[in-house]
Ligand binder design. Structure first.
Ligand code: XMP
Length: 517
């Protein structure tokens, strides 16, 4: 499974993962490493190209991250972006100063020579700038290759040494030819051949999994989410019914979702599928609990208790698999562990849960640990996993438990599942589904007065939530057309017993969060 490697050296910029994803989209495998990685380690990985990311610092600040000058003499092509560009200039003897006028946003640049970096790009093009320092003197041996009205060096290069640097951000879509610039660096400057191909990935991973697992068994916790579903698909292709998937259904999934997951995996894939139905057990634990964090804790603890009990019953040994993906690895500080056995931890939303001491496995398998989410989805589609699973919206681990405000009861789960199913159905029919990143119904702990025929009613209120976002760090409430909202409201109040009012949440994040709890 050896691919040519591009290293993205992370100097703390907000777009580091985006740079890596763009490189992968070009068919080049890349890994993100900390800017403190020793040069010897970088050399040992034998990269064919290195990209320095941006970062929030100023190169003159003593505490800001620096890099030994030696890296520029290794003969490996380097592209510096924003802070990475200034760092290259500063380290090689150029001068960086504070801008008299910072540049932020879309700026037109002009290229001045026939640089490889600007090949097949118009001489004037729009790029995304965000900087308060600029290069006032370029280092010896370099030439300016682009400028903007306020930035005399928007790009510079040393052709012989294959060192390139851009003050702007080619990785963001606002830079109209950014992707072509990255392609030019990767293919024209570094000479990558583009050997990162999803079909090959599946074939190679399946072969490697077969070799590693041999005739042992593998267990995987299947949540019905994208990552564990695709991991299950890959493992099933590799070792068939040596794989056992354990699906803990706590009764807090969307309407009929547990049945859909079971039906999909038992029909489409060769594996042992164990569904543990424990709705009543969870409801019992949650009786009388209203505090959101306590509910989360109970649901999480109970989930793993049931899961590990099932594993104990099945007998331990063999391998333990999980759907860890590349961003999980980076976020948990295990960015440079590709292919190595990792410690026995289970991925959850915000933390990692250890395997209990009395359970032992021969090893941990993470077949998706090198992939970004969009690559996981591509693999899932190629494996024939239904689109409903592969393109599933994010769904919180505690499920509907954090969408029922106050105490969780069987009746409230039924009301919320029915209302949510109507909302999903109408959005799917409306043709706007692809514009919404996440949408769902919430059951606040509120009853309101209504009127039905000649009768006064006092029933539940349903809130609808729908957001658009790039990264879920900030979100905007979705402008769903009124006629769609009207149909949803009318159907919910007519079809879902015990609901007499529907409201739409028009708050962005911040100040609100996506979920209500
Ligand atoms: P918030 O509500 O924090 O949500 O704006 C951001 C994204 O994270 C999801 N989310 C969770 N996912 N366990 C999860 O697995 C959780 O406890 C949890 N809380 C929020 C949420 O659905 C949204 O996509």
């Amino acid at each position: 499974m050896k691919h040519q490697l591009c290293i993205v050296l992370d100097f703390g910029g907000q777009y580091n993962q985006l740079i890596a994803r763009r490189v992968r989209e070009c068919g080049v495998y890349c890994e993100i490493l900390s800017c403190n990685t020793p040069i010897e380690e970088i050399k040992a990985l034998n990269p064919s190209g290195i990209i320095f990311t941006g970062g929030p610092n100023s190169v003159y600040d003593e505490s800001s991250p620096h890099i030994p000058r030696e890296i520029f003499g290794l003969g490996i092509p380097i592209l510096g972006i924003c802070y990475g560009c200034q760092l290259m200039a500063y380290t090689l003897g150029g001068q960086v100063e504070s801008c008299t006028k910072s540049e932020y946003g879309k700026i037109e640049i002009s290229s001045v020579n026939d640089s490889l970096l600007f090949r097949e790009i118009p001489q004037k093009s729009v790029v995304w700038m965000s900087h308060t320092d600029y290069i006032s003197h370029i280092p010896d041996g370099f030439a300016v290759s682009a400028y903007s009205p306020d930035c005399p060096c928007a790009a510079m290069e040393n052709y012989e040494k294959k060192l390139y640097a851009v003050q702007f951000h080619p990785e963001v879509t606002h830079s109209e030819y950014g992707k072509q610039m990255l392609r030019n660096f990767l293919f024209e400057v570094c000479g990558f051949c583009g050997d990162w191909i999803v079909d090959d990935y599946i074939e190679n991973t399946v072969a490697a999994l077969r070799k590693k697992i041999g005739n042992k068994k593998v267990v995987l916790g299947l949540s019905g989410g994208v990552d564990s579903s695709v991991a299950a698909g890959l493992l099933s292709r590799a070792v068939g019914n040596q794989l056992t998937c354990v699906f803990v259904d706590q009764g807090l999934m969307r309407k009929d979702e547990g049945d859909f997951v079971e039906e999909t995996f038992t029909r489409l894939f060769d594996m042992n599928f164990i569904r543990v139905n424990c709705r009543m057990q969870f409801l019992d634990k949650l009786k009388g609990v209203t505090d959101p964090e306590e509910k989360r804790k109970i649901i999480g603890t109970e989930f793993y208790r049931v899961f590990w009990d099932k594993i104990r019953q099945e007998g331990d040994g063999g391998f333990f698999a999980q759907g860890t993906i590349y961003p999980d690895r980076i976020e948990s500080g295990r960015g440079n562990e590709s292919g190595k056995d990792s410690t026995a931890t289970i991925k959850t939303h915000h933390n990692q849960v250890g395997v209990p001491e009395d359970i032992s496995f021969d090893g941990i398998i993470e077949p998706l640990a090198d992939l970004f989410k969009d690559e996981v989805r591509m693999v899932g589609e190629k494996l024939g996993i239904p689109r409903e699973l592969v393109w599933r919206q994010p769904f919180p681990g505690p499920g509907l438990g954090v969408r029922i405000i106050g105490e969780i009861t069987e009746e409230k789960i039924r009301i919320l599942q029915d209302a949510d199913a109507v909302f999903r159905d109408e959005i799917s029919k409306s043709g706007i589904e692809s514009e919404l990143k996440q949408f769902f119904a919430v059951l606040p702990d509120v009853r309101t007065v209504g009127v039905m025929g000649d009768h006064r009613t006092y029933e539940h209120l349903i809130a609808l939530r729908a957001v658009t976002t790039d990264d879920f760090m900030t979100c905007d409430w979705a402008r769903i057309p009124f006629d769609v909202l009207e149909r949803v409201s009318s159907r919910i109040t007519n079809e879902v017993p015990d609901v007499n009012r529907v409201v739409y949440d028009i708050t962005s994040k911040p100040p609100a969060t996506v979920e209500w709890e």
